[in-house]
Design a protein around this ligand. Structure first.
Ligand SMILES: Cc1ncc(COP(=O)(O)O)c(C=O)c1O
Length: 399
């Protein structure tokens, strides 16, 4: 019997899982690990959203199969969000689909539109589903940079010129996970023009739409005139409303892509539990003060983290958006590599971070620090790191 499964052979061991395993073992041994590894929000969702979930769950008729593409009210709520936030009009029937988190949405779309032999352009470093969603579908990845500078544009052109068959899809993700880099609307304008010229679909992941810190609201690619001709965009309730475990996300935009994805989903799932969808409506339609409150809270954490780690001897550029800092390894430990450094931090400082190499080879030299513990714990993490640096004989200020 052949147990060399085609898709499984294409999935390498998950690097980040190694650190996660060590973290779990340390915790089981009673250690108080400060977990800045996973982007798992530590904040509760708004109370009225939880209340709506409970209220609808009590209805006897709310427990059957739901609608795979999402209940109409939720698709309307998402269309209203795009209208209010970005001034973008969407048809809830044909241009919006509800997904079980944006991760599932990306994977379903990858399944719908790619086949073995297709080439997909994806950033490196990137959030794993941006590559592995397509690898699972059998496609080949050609990496392009994450940093949106002129080198990025040259890489895109080079990729189109030298790749056979020509790439059919480009994935973009700003604010970026893991690098926290951002783009402005002019970037998206150029990207839409480029995609039209090169006949490439664009998949934009906007999971961090509401977590921006320097006063500039994150733009959507859908704000570009004609974006719907070539693009879809994914958003999520996971971070905006701290609802990561609820598995609620959306794809909006190009009708053909939305239809393809909806079709695949109709074979795979019956949609999220109806009370969750009803509660997601409450999140999008209800009071939005929590969004601003959470933004301020992450902003404060960011400032505390950058300042406290800086004093420990680790210079971390303040992320302009997202819930992550993309931190270069301090020069004195650079040779260790990001995986070993993450393990050492866990063992000796009791702080969990995600090794940059887990996001692609170009993530080497960095670790990703998630701001998912409170300010006091972030300060404690910085003190632990300082002690670890000192134990290595590194003067904090020279680390
Ligand atoms: C860039 C990015 N996209 C998608 C996701 C997945 O989000 P969801 O919970 O909506 O599946 C994450 C989660 O961390 C993310 O960082």
């Amino acid at each position: 019997m052949d147990d060399e499964f085609y898709r499984i052979k294409r999935l390498p061991p998950y690097v980040i899982a190694e650190v996660n395993g060590m973290r779990a073992a340390a915790r089981a041994a009673g250690k108080d690990i400060i977990d800045l590894g996973m982007g798992n929000p530590d904040l509760p969702p708004p109370q009225h959203v939880i209340d709506k979930l409970c209220e609808v769950a009590k209805k006897p008729d709310a427990h059957g199969y739901s609608q795979s593409k999402g209940i109409p009210g939720l698709r309307r709520a998402q269309a209203n969000y795009y209208g209010n936030r970005f001034g973008v009009e969407l048809d809830p029937e044909t241009e919006v689909v509800v997904t079980m988190g944006s991760k599932e949405g990306l994977a379903s779309l990858a399944t719908a539109i790619t086949a073995p032999g297709d080439v997909v352009l994806a950033p490196n470093p990137s959030y794993p589903i941006h590559t592995f969603g397509f690898i699972i579908a059998g496609a080949t990845i050609r990496s392009v940079p994450t940093t949106p500078d002129e080198h990025y544009w040259r890489s895109l052109d080079k990729a189109m010129h030298f790749t056979v068959p020509r790439p059919s899809v480009l994935v973009v993700n700003y604010p970026s996970n893991p690098t926290a880099e951002v783009v402005d609307l002019a970037f998206y304008e150029r990207l839409v023009a480029w995609a039209k010229e090169n006949k490439v679909w664009i998949l934009s992941d906007l999971a961090y739409s509401e977590l921006y810190y320097d006063g500039n609201p994150t733009p959507s690619i859908m704000q570009v005139a004609g974006a719907k001709d070539v693009a879809v965009e994914f958003t999520s309730l996971s971070k905006t409303y701290s609802m990561a475990g609820w598995r609620m996300g959306f794809a909006v935009g190009n009708r053909k892509l939305i239809a393809a994805m909806t079709r695949v989903k109709s074979y795979l799932d019956y949609g999220a539990f109806t009370p969750i969808q009803a509660a997601a409506c409450a999140a999008l339609n209800g009071p939005q003060d929590i969004v601003e409150k959470n933004r301020q809270l992450y902003h404060k954490r960011r400032d505390v983290m950058v300042e406290a780690f800086g004093r420990a001897g680790w210079d971390i550029p303040p992320p302009p958006a997202s819930m992550f800092a993309w931190a270069p390894l301090p020069p004195a430990v650079k040779d260790m590599g990001s995986l070993e450094f993450s393990k050492q931090l866990l063992t000796h400082a009791e702080v969990a971070v995600a090794p940059g190499v887990g996001y692609g080879e170009d993530g080497e030299g960095y670790v990703r620090i998630a701001m998912v513990e409170n300010e006091q714990r972030l300060r404690q993490a910085a003190r632990n790191v300082k002690r670890y640096f000192q134990s290595l004989g590194i003067n904090s200020s020279a680390a």
